[in-house]
Design a protein around this ligand. Structure first.
Ligand code: PMV
Length: 327
């Protein structure tokens, strides 16, 4: 399958852009080591508004260019003339929850600055957004920034057809392919436990360097490959079974958390399958509701202390917003 995703057109300041969050269905952590991942863009979004100013600020903070690593990276690499800008970011994506708030901020800001510096095509937007996120985090894959730039369902290092684009980091190349959205509702729930992606990624890297690491990575690969094929043929029962298998592997590499396990237990009677999503060690779960049981699933997760949302994939990736508001 080939697809022409629209570029980010050139414009002048003020400019505004939006980017969705993301939900990883299969393959987090293993993707950092080159295995496949399947994820979708969420219908929760971050909006970024950029206008000329007398001093550079982020949400009113004149020190953010030094203290916020995402903002600092974006300014250093994407705003070459350094003219002062006022940036406002508004988000409905819970932070540090594994739902892509940092990728959405990186991509929306990259899209806005890319537009104000002559416009960019989508593979370039994906690569630059990844460079901002990687520069800020120090570790990780381009999965999150890919999803929020591409929209819909996407596979890294797997899936059908020819790649939409590739992203490289000097050591590894990730291929990105479109996967058909089966059209289901999903439920995500934040445990309320914030965590650091970089810390979790490093811990899993150490775990996978033990003698049984290659065998574990091979099992992650198999689950993500089978899971991607099951989503492509809209086979709910198989997807649900593989969600549970993927959670077992994530537990084995040490990134589950007692609160995550509680949410998974609370979800079980109303979910066909569920797992943690994102870096884990806290963060969020994703669940595939039993037919007609979205509301019951949300109620169960809220009663167990989670912050649940019914979500659908957002077909749109990052794009400009028109007209530009909050000023
Ligand atoms: O930062 P999170 O929670 O959205 O997780 C990112 C997914 C990882 O595979 C753990 C890291 C990565 O960069 O792919």
């Amino acid at each position: 399958m080939t697809e022409d995703l629209p570029p980010i057109p050139a414009s002048t300041l003020p400019v505004a852009a939006r980017a969705p969050g993301k939900c990883i269905v299969f393959g987090e952590h293993a993707v950092v080591h080159g295995a496949p991942e399947l994820l979708f863009a969420l219908d929760l979004e971050t909006q970024v508004f950029v206008r000329p100013s007398e001093t550079t600020r982020l949400n009113g903070d004149p020190h953010a260019g030094d203290t916020n690593p995402y903002f600092a990276r974006a300014l250093a690499s994407l705003w070459p003339d350094g003219s002062p800008i006022d940036v406002r970011a508004v988000s409905r994506i819970p932070r540090a929850a594994g739902l892509g708030s940092s990728a959405a901020f990186a991509a929306a800001l990259t899209a806005a600055l890319g537009s104000a510096t002559g416009g960019i095509d989508r593979p370039t937007l994906a690569r630059r957004s990844f460079a901002v996120e990687r520069g800020a985090q120090g570790v990780g894959s381009p999965g999150d920034t890919t999803a929020v730039v591409g929209g819909g369902f996407l596979a890294l290092n797997g899936g059908p057809g020819t790649p939409l684009w590739t992203v490289e980091d000097g050591a590894r190349t990730w291929e990105v392919r479109r996967v058909t959205d089966p059209g289901w509702n999903w439920v995500v729930a934040h445990s309320g436990i914030p965590r650091s992606t970089a810390t979790a990624v490093r811990a899993v890297g150490e775990r996978l360097s033990l003698p049984d690491g290659p065998a574990l990575l091979a099992r992650f690969r198999e689950v993500a490959e089978s899971g991607t094929r099951a989503v492509e043929r809209a086979d709910r029962a198989d997807v649900a079974r593989l969600l549970v298998e993927n959670q077992e592997l994530l537990r084995d590499v040490g990134v589950s958390h007692p609160r995550i396990e509680e949410l998974l237990r609370a979800a079980a009677p109303a979910a066909e399958g569920a797992k943690l999503t994102g870096a884990g060690a806290g963060g969020s779960i994703v669940a595939l509701p039993k037919d007609g049981k979205e509301t019951e699933l949300v109620r169960r997760l809220a009663r167990a202390g989670g912050l649940p949302f019914v979500v659908r994939p957002s077909p749109d990736g990052a794009r400009l917003l028109d007209p530009v508001s909050p000023g």
